[in-house]
Structure formats: structure tokens, C-alpha cells
Design a binder for this molecule. Structure first.
Ligand SMILES: Nc1ncnc2c1ncn2[C@@H]1O[C@H](COP(=O)(O)OP(=O)(O)OP(=O)(O)O)[C@@H](O)[C@H]1O
Ligand SMILES: [Mg+2]
Length: 322
């Protein structure tokens, strides 16, 4: 069973409930079709890169971002810096996706690696992949990040928070708090927001949620909620992030629905998908308990039917706390 025993500190109950329901529905349909996943990944790659860079002031359009990422084009009238910012992002997204699949926790080395990836050819060499050595201000914000000498200790603590969730936050709460904590510390001279948004997605993906995109159109809300979080009011930021988590669960549900899986599977293939045996499915088929049909001497069943069967019968094996 899935247990949801974390105490909810900032998230609205109704939002949390909706989120878990959608998560469970999707989880019951796993493994998701490769087509759906590939399509989602490629849309995400371009749209995340576009929005995450645009929030920071990059002027490339979505289409231009796509041309840079997918065709390796340079764009007339745009600075190399802006083009490199787009070019650099996919590698960092891949790195975070791979990390989400691994059993090990996040390390400071991972964070420095992400900075190297994101800021390649964008910042001065000596500043890439290294914490700042001097003070910084965040344009437009009242908050002044902590002095540079405190950054190493704060980052050690930050990584522990990501890995151990000592305050027992729910997943979307932790995702939002980590996002804020990172930009609050501001460990680098530049690129902090972009790395923070990647780490938010790491936390979500580790729990089999989908990565979220904070769109450029929500920039002013995003900045306002970060400023409220500076004063320990995390409620708006947490619920803002949660709302995007739900939006992305909905996107996946839509993508699944738009792709009816009418391919017919042999009972052997169907057994793999449903964690039962082909013999057991054959018994069910003979009794007319599953909508299998005969092709020659062999039983076959539409993939959508076996997915529905799994959805009805599957018990989630792995414990996930939301
Ligand atoms: N009040 C605030 N408290 C904490 N962080 C903030 C606040 N206001 C803004 N920020 C974050 O700091 C970012 C700017 O930092 P920096 O330029 O290092 O990161 P970036 O990746 O280049 O920017 P961005 O987040 O805009 O993509 C803002 O965009 C935002 O993410
Ligand atoms: Mg910046």
C-alpha cells in the first residue's frame, strides 16, 4: 500500500489529495508506453529550457530554443551567451533525470557538475563549478544572500535537507522549500535559479512525479512567492509548486488517453506487463474473464485491456511516501 503519513505543513489538503489520486492512477498504468514517454521527454526538454532561461531574462523564443537544441543552429540577432544558455540545458536535464533513477543521494559534487553544465561558455572559467568567493545581491529582491564564507556550511546542510527531509515535508513541500533554500543561499554568482528549478524536479522525479515547468508568464508570481518565503511564509510557494505538479500529472494523463494502445499482446507479453503468469491469463481467457481472443492457436489481448486489468488488480509494491 501507499502510505501518506507525512504531516502536511504548508500544502492545502485538497490539493495534496488530488495530487496523490492522480499519481496513483498513473502509477497503476505503469509501465507507461515508450511513445508517450519519449514524446513527453522531448516536449519537456525544449519547454523547460525555454522557460527556465526566459525567466532569467534570455530572449530566445520557444521556437528558437528548439532550433538551438534540436538542430544545433545559431540564431541571427541573438548573442552567443543566450544561445549557449539554451544549448547547455539538455545535458543538465539528462543528468538530473539519471540522478533521479539512482539509489544514491545528491552530493555537492553533483551540484557543482550541474553548474558546470549550465554555465559552460557563459561564465568566466574560474567561476564555473565553484561556489562564489564574494558577496552577491539579487536584482529586485530585498533579501541579501548570506556571506560567501558561510556558503560551504550552508550547502552541506542543504544537501542533507534534500536527501534526508529532516522536517518530514510532503514531496511537493520539500520540492518548493528546496527551490527557495537554494536561491536564498545563492551559492553561485549566476545560474542559481536555473539549478534550483532542476533540483526541484529531482525531488519530484525521485518520487515518480513528473518534472514541472514554471512558465515565464508566472515570473512575477514566482518572485513574489520567493520573497514571501524569505520571511518564512512558505504557503504561497508550496501551493504554487503543487499546482504545477498537478498540471503535469494531468498532462501525462492526457498523453496516455490520446494514445490508445490497440496493439495486441500474446499472453506471454501480457503476463510480463501484469506481473502474472501466462498460464494464469490462459485460465482467465478460457473462462471469459478477460477479453482475450484467439489468433490461430494463440490467445491475444489488446494492450489497453491488460492495462485496465492491471489498474483494477494491481497492488503497488513499492512503498512511496508523498
Ligand atoms: N526574494 C528572493 N529570494 C530568494 N531568491 C530569489 C528572490 N528573488 C529572486 N530570487 C531568485 O534569484 C534568481 C536570480 O539569481 P541568478 O541570476 O543567480 O539565477 P539565474 O539562474 O541566472 O536566474 P533565474 O532564477 O532568474 O533563472 C531569480 O531569478 C530567482 O530565481
Ligand atoms: Mg542570472
Amino acid at each position: 500500500m501507499i502510505s501518506g503519513k507525512r504531516k502536511m505543513q504548508y500544502i492545502k489538503r485538497a490539493l495534496h489529495k488530488t495530487m496523490i489520486q492522480k499519481w496513483k492512477l498513473i502509477d497503476s498504468m505503469r509501465p507507461l508506453s515508450e511513445d508517450v514517454l519519449l514524446n513527453l521527454r522531448s516536449v519537456f526538454r525544449t519547454e523547460f529550457t525555454y522557460n527556465s532561461n526566459a525567466i532569467e531574462g534570455n530572449s530566445l523564443t520557444l521556437r528558437e530554443t528548439q532550433l538551438v537544441i534540436e538542430e544545433g543552429q545559431t540564431i541571427r540577432g541573438k548573442s552567443l551567451r543566450e544561445i549557449y544558455e539554451a544549448r547547455n540545458h539538455p545535458e543538465a536535464i539528462e543528468y538530473v533525470s539519471a540522478l533521479a533513477e539512482e539509489k544514491r543521494g545528491l552530493t555537492e559534487h553533483d551540484i557543482l557538475t550541474l553548474h558546470q553544465m549550465i554555465m559552460k561558455d557563459v561564465m568566466r572559467r574560474g567561476e564555473i563549478g565553484r561556489y562564489r568567493k564574494g558577496e552577491v545581491r539579487i536584482r529586485g529582491a530585498k533579501h541579501i544572500p548570506p556571506p560567501a564564507y558561510e556558503v560551504p556550511r550552508l550547502m552541506e546542510e542543504f544537501v542533507r535537507t534534500v536527501n534526508d527531509n529532516p522536517d518530514d515535508y510532503t514531496t511537493s513541500e520539500l520540492a518548493a522549500i528546496v527551490l527557495h533554500r537554494f536561491v536564498y543561499i545563492h551559492p553561485f554568482y549566476d545560474g542559481n535559479g536555473r539549478i534550483a528549478r532542476l533540483l526541484t524536479n529531482l525531488i519530484l522525479m525521485k518520487k515518480r512525479y513528473f518534472p514541472i515547468i514554471i512558465p515565464k508568464s508566472d515570473r512575477s508570481k514566482y518572485l513574489k512567492y520567493l520573497a514571501l518565503a524569505d520571511r518564512q511564509n512558505y504557503i504561497p510557494l508550496v501551493n504554487f509548486v503543487a499546482q504545477y505538479v498537478i498540471k503535469h500529472l494531468d498532462m501525462v494523463l492526457n498523453a496516455i488517453e490520446q494514445k490508445p494502445e490497440e496493439r495486441k499482446l500474446s499472453l506471454k507479453e501480457a503476463a510480463k506487463l501484469s506481473s502474472t503468469s501466462a498460464n494464469y491469463l490462459r485460465v482467465l481467457a478460457n473462462k471469459g474473464l478477460i477479453p482475450a481472443t484467439k489468433e490461430g492457436r494463440n490467445w491475444v489481448i489488446p494492450k489497453s485491456e491488460i492495462v485496465a486489468y492491471v489498474r483494477r488488480h494491481r497492488r503497488t509494491k513499492q512503498k512511496i511516501t508523498h
